[in-house]
Design a protein around this ligand. Sequence first.
Ligand code: FES
Length: 92
Amino acid sequence: MPNIHIPQKNKTLTVAPAENLMQALQTAGIPVASSCLGDGICSMCKMTIEGVVPLPSELELRTAARNKLSSAERLSCQITVTADLTVTTTYW
Ligand code: FES
């Protein structure tokens, strides 16, 4: 079972393998900014993630480019959790 470390909240979540990162955070009561509800188009859910994550999809790459995300930022709504991660964002 992978762990999600959230240092800004001083929390660690244990989640089922292949759980969606944004949904796991929200289920634990941790707010994630979004205006597209996880469709991968608004980029408000962007986070810096340490750990092994799947490569970005074409959708995520287009959204990241359109919204000028840094190379270190990923869309949490597009991340499947498969290993231990540490996540941070600017609004926590
Ligand atoms: S919630 Fe909109 S891009 Fe992730």
